[in-house]
Design a protein around this ligand. Structure first.
Ligand code: ZN
Length: 82
């Protein structure tokens, strides 16, 4: 993190920031990947989303990342139909 002209510029999600973010969402030390169920930590997650008001995480596998959003959409649709 650097400060340019009084603005804080975040170049990338720093490991510590990611961990703080993870804790803020009240996630456990390990959360199952929403797509494949693989245990994901604050250091290995690929994405974070919200499904039915619950925080869900995705591992850093490219395939999971691709279907992560679709799966959230599908699940939310199922919920609406009830
Ligand atoms: Zn996965």
């Amino acid at each position: 993190m650097t400060i340019e002209n009084g603005k804080v510029v975040i170049h990338a999600v720093h490991e510590r920031d990611a961990e703080a973010f993870w804790k803020k969402l009240e996630l456990g030390r390990e959360e199952p990947c929403f797509v494949c169920g693989f245990p994901v930590t604050s250091k290995s997650f690929g994405a974070i989303g919200v499904c039915k008001g619950k925080v869900v995480v995705c591992c850093d596998n490219g395939r999971c990342f691709m279907s992560f959003r679709d799966k959230i959409k599908t699940e939310e649709k199922v919920n609406e139909e009830r």
